[in-house]
Design a protein around this ligand. Structure first.
Ligand code: GRF
Length: 229
């Protein structure tokens, strides 16, 4: 399912899923407040209680709820509960912003074309964890982050936008993580959500499209609109 032209005109209802600090969430809150995203974050859901992201939501007056994953028997049970909560909220767009869970295929299919993820690597390099360490170990000259549509393949859905920068000789996983966040993530995620909210990007089959044309390569930092630079 894709975002319809009607919902692109009306402000999109956005639900953000988090597990932790919520720096990406904060960038989305601010982009919505400034009118850079034609959307409203109607709820934030965390699978962990007492994380910083929940406090950010509350400070912004956004309903914040915890759907705890600890102690839940299996992924199907958890995802069914999450889908139940989401369907009550009726979001047009679901944003995974540091949501540290692998989702079941059925859950992913239910929200296909409406769910985005951000991953701290230049996908298809380094799906999964420890991306900064892996980039350093491989001796990569460049590193960055990618926003992609969520499909059944972990961190493998069609990419929309990517940002990269040069790795320095003295970089550590921590310095890389910091630059990925500051130079790339906090810019490309609000931009990608803005594009989806106004129908500029869509998932057609297995292909991401921008303005109706297949994206053969993800957009790069130089394609960001001025509000997101
Ligand atoms: C980000 O690096 C994101 O790419 C990864 O988890 C981190 C979340 O950070 N999936 P925050 O919660 O947005 O501060």
């Amino acid at each position: 399912m894709s975002v319809t032209p009607e919902s692109a005109v009306a402000p999109a209802r956005i639900v953000v899923l988090i597990s932790g600090r919520g720096r990406n969430l904060q960038s989305l809150i601010e982009a919505c407040a400034r009118g850079h995203i034609n959307g409203r974050i109607c709820a934030v859901i965390s699978n962990r209680a007492e994380v910083e992201g929940l406090a950010r939501a509350e400070a912004a007056g956004i309903p914040a709820l915890v759907v705890p994953s600890r102690g839940v028997a299996d992924r199907e049970t958890y995802d069914a509960e999450l889908a139940h909560q989401l369907d009550v909220l009726a979001p047009d767009i679901i944003v995974l912003a540091g949501f540290m869970r692998i989702l079941t295929p059925g859950f992913v299919r239910r929200y296909r074309g409406r769910m985005l993820n951000i991953h701290p690597s230049l996908l298809p390099k380094y799906p999964g964890l420890h991306t900064h360490q892996r980039a350093l170990e491989a001796g990569d000259a460049e590193h960055g982050a990618t926003v992609h549509f969520v499909t059944e393949e972990l961190d493998g859905g069609p990419p929309i936008v990517q940002g990269k920068f040069m790795v320095r000789e003295d970089d550590t996983p921590e310095t890389l993580a910091d630059r990925v966040m500051q130079l790339v993530e906090l810019k490309i995620y609000p931009q990608a959500v803005a594009w989806l909210a106004r129908g500029a990007v869509a998932l057609s089959g297995d292909v991401a499209e921008y303005e109706g044309r297949p994206l053969t390569q993800p957009k790069q930092l130089d394609a960001l609109e001025p509000a997101f630079r």
